[in-house]
Design a protein around this ligand. Structure first.
Ligand SMILES: [Zn+2]
Length: 450
């Protein structure tokens, strides 16, 4: 196959120093070489050259936590704290059928591509996210979501999960997607079900992700059996007849007691944690999906990111879908994440912009355990690449490409998104799905959400 040289004013390999006036040679699904654009064009005279000019080439973003199928709920439940948002969302989505979820997931996949996201970790109950991600050619983990507090239904929930997971494994065989499990959260999954999911994941070597210690309400529910998650939410879900006893433990310690952390686990949010919780997460090598914008918007708090990094935990960033976050703009995620840490800690850390770009790329790959394949621009790795236009007036002049990306770029500045050498977004267009058709259909899905 012909080689392609992607060149631009700056190339950020992430695990190596930034390069100027350089290029990345791509062949099939892999990165072949990095170097000066001039020398690469001389060395490979037959290569197709795409020069992006005043732009930055970097690895594609790794979204550690999203729900593509929740894109139709953008702006649906506004100005609410977490539990109020969750209650309203749960009520409003009831009329949707699979075709609606699929339109919604396709909108999410388009947005991921146009935001420079190349890998997603998606929690899905319907499988619509899986279909949309596969159609577009995104890489990632599709995690089957399980929930239920009714002890009498554990067997049927597990039977359905096993059937669905084996079907999904067949459907994704040979694709860039892997299947895992997502027990939804501590407040929505019976502890015996958590135990069974953990045992299953250990036997079948499946990745687990779980919403973990995101809010004070969740903490109070688990430890004291209180908060609206113990009252209004359980009433809404029809679980109020099933006993829930306060455990006296934090959500992290509670999951530890039920053996969940003896697995490959990605905890989502991890905002409401104490020092002991953080040590437990470190001891069990639990990876963290840090979702700063969602946590701030739903008044959940600010996760202790700097402490996680100091402890050496595997951390990356997640958008948590437009239902809570309104967009999947990864620049917003980096920018707001960085600003919140500075505001909360009253200090600036060394090379902080660079470290947020690393979280968004290599950090995410490491959190997923796939940093050998993606997350940085290195010969031999998969060609998962994004290109960001830096030519606009709001981006000039430019000295430091890292801080410029974090503080001046937006998802509209993405010029190209490539996954495994295949272009999925270029020239303001997603390659494949008919965006206009999806945008029309999304309005009728939205009209069902009242
Ligand atoms: Zn979520």
């Amino acid at each position: 196959m012909t080689k392609t040289i992607l060149s631009a004013k700056w190339v950020l390999p992430i695990t190596d120093p930034a390069l100027k006036n350089s290029g990345v040679v791509v062949e099939d699904d892999k990165i072949v070489e990095l170097g000066s654009a001039e020398e690469l064009t001389k060395k490979y005279p037959d290569a197709v050259v795409r020069d992006f000019g005043r732009a930055i080439i970097l690895p594609g973003f790794v979204d550690l936590h999203t729900h593509l199928e929740f894109s139709a709920m953008r702006g649906l439940c506004e100005d609410l704290e977490y539990t109020g948002w969750k209650l309203q969302l749960t009520k409003k989505i009831k009329p949707l059928v699979f075709d609606d979820w699929l339109v919604s997931a396709r909108l999410g996949a388009i947005e991921a591509a146009q935001s420079g996201i190349t890998t997603i970790t998606d929690m899905t109950g319907t499988g619509a996210s899986l279909k949309a991600a596969k159609e577009l050619g995104l890489r990632g983990f599709m995690l089957y979501e399980l929930s239920g507090m009714n002890p009498n239904l554990i067997k049927s929930v597990m039977d359905k999960a096993k059937q669905t997971v084996s079907k999904w494994q067949e459907e994704t065989d040979g694709s860039l997607l892997q299947i895992g499990l997502a027990p939804h959260s501590t407040y929505s999954v019976n502890p015996r079900l958590i135990k069974e999911v953990g045992d299953w994941a250990r036997t079948d070597k499946l990745k687990i992700s779980i919403h973990l210690s995101g809010s004070k309400d969740e903490y109070d529910f688990v430890k004291y059996g209180s908060s609206r998650l113990a009252g209004a939410y359980r009433d809404l879900m029809g679980w109020s007849d099933h006993l829930w006893q306060p455990t006296g433990a934090s959500p992290v310690k509670y999951l530890l007691q039920w053996g969940l952390f003896d697995n490959d686990v990605l905890g989502v949010h991890c905002v409401y944690v104490d020092e002991e919780d953080m040590s437990a997460l470190k001891d069990h090598d639990v990876a963290i999906a840090h979702c700063p914008r969602c946590s701030a918007k739903l008044a959940m708090g600010i996760a202790p990111l700097r402490k996680y990094l100091k402890l050496g935990l595997r951390v990356g960033l997640g958008t948590d879908s437009p239902a809570s976050n309104n967009t999947m703009d990864f620049f917003d995620e980096m920018r707001i994440g960085l600003l919140l840490q500075r505001a909360a800690n009253h200090s600036v850390t060394e090379n902080e912009s660079e470290s947020f770009i690393k979280l968004a790329t290599y950090g995410g790959a490491r959190a997923l355990g796939i940093e050998k394949d993606i997350g940085s621009l290195v010969p031999g790795k998969q060609a998962d690449i994004t290109v960001v236009d830096m030519s606009h007036s709001h981006q000039r002049p430019l000295t430091d490409p890292y801080s410029a990306l974090v503080h001046t770029a937006n998802q509209e500045d993405i010029m190209l998104t490539m996954v495994a050498g295949k272009i999925i977004y270029s020239g303001r267009k997603t390659i494949g799905p008919d965006t206009e058709e999806i945008l029309q259909k999304i309005e009728s899905v939205r009209s069902k959400l009242r």
